[in-house]
Design a protein. Sequence first.
Length: 311
Amino acid sequence: MAAEPQNPAAEPTPAEENFRGALFMSLSMFGFVTNDATTKWISDDLTLFQIVFLRGLFTILLIGGFAYWRGALSYRPDRRDARILALRLFGEVGGTFCFLSALFNMPLANASAILQSMPLAVTLGAALFLGERVGWRRYSAIFIGFLGVMIIVRPGMEGFNVYALWAVAAVVFVTIRDLSTRCLSRGVPSLFVTLTTAIGVTVLSGICLPFGEWKPVESDHFLFLGGAACLVFVGYLFGIMAMRHGEIAFVAPFRYTILVWAIGLGFLVFGDIPDLWTIVGSSIVIGMGIYTFYRERVRASRLSALAARRP
């Protein structure tokens, strides 16, 4: 009797791939926001430069080991990419210090909500500086999204926190970082970019250490900072995995689950409860961000259809 042929493993359906991508993106956001909460927790015991420097050492060990395993350490960029990497480092350093300065002095959910306007800022920056086409619908979404940020910040009104402006500045720096990343050659390994950025931020924070107060570092601080570095690595890892599963238009909006995690951790760990204006402003930012992702997907589909019709 002939043996029955073995069926190959079934390929995942598009719905399953979308679910995996959404799950990975949600886990990535959990990693990032838990890192923020961990860092904020020890901000009363250590200075900003201490935290960035010591956390950076752990991050370099983690990413460096993974980069060595993947063979990314032997890569050498050309002059063009080296200049872009320097500009990217400028954005990363500014974004890191501005966001942490805001995070240490305002509720976790508020700082995270302001940072979620970054996709809108990147879309605007790509139109202004990279020549990408942006229609009136997306320009309108960007404008309304920035109004949402102003509702969260509430300049000149009761409840205004001046450190919210540091979070807005962080958005500007992170936009510079992301636009620079778009300009890198495709052959530049992502791990190499991540590792060189981590080294740059750590070295610069180390240079600043002598100009500030050095507070005693205890064993539990190393435990928290090592955990924070692991959480950053988890955020990056699952973020990469998310972009490799499912449709980007479906997966990308799940980046806004970071606000759900931020509100939950802010309440459980720090006892923070967002006020009505923060919730309203956050909802506007999220809504406009999701709409922008949708319009980008529509434009990509139209370009693909036009390309297919060409002889």
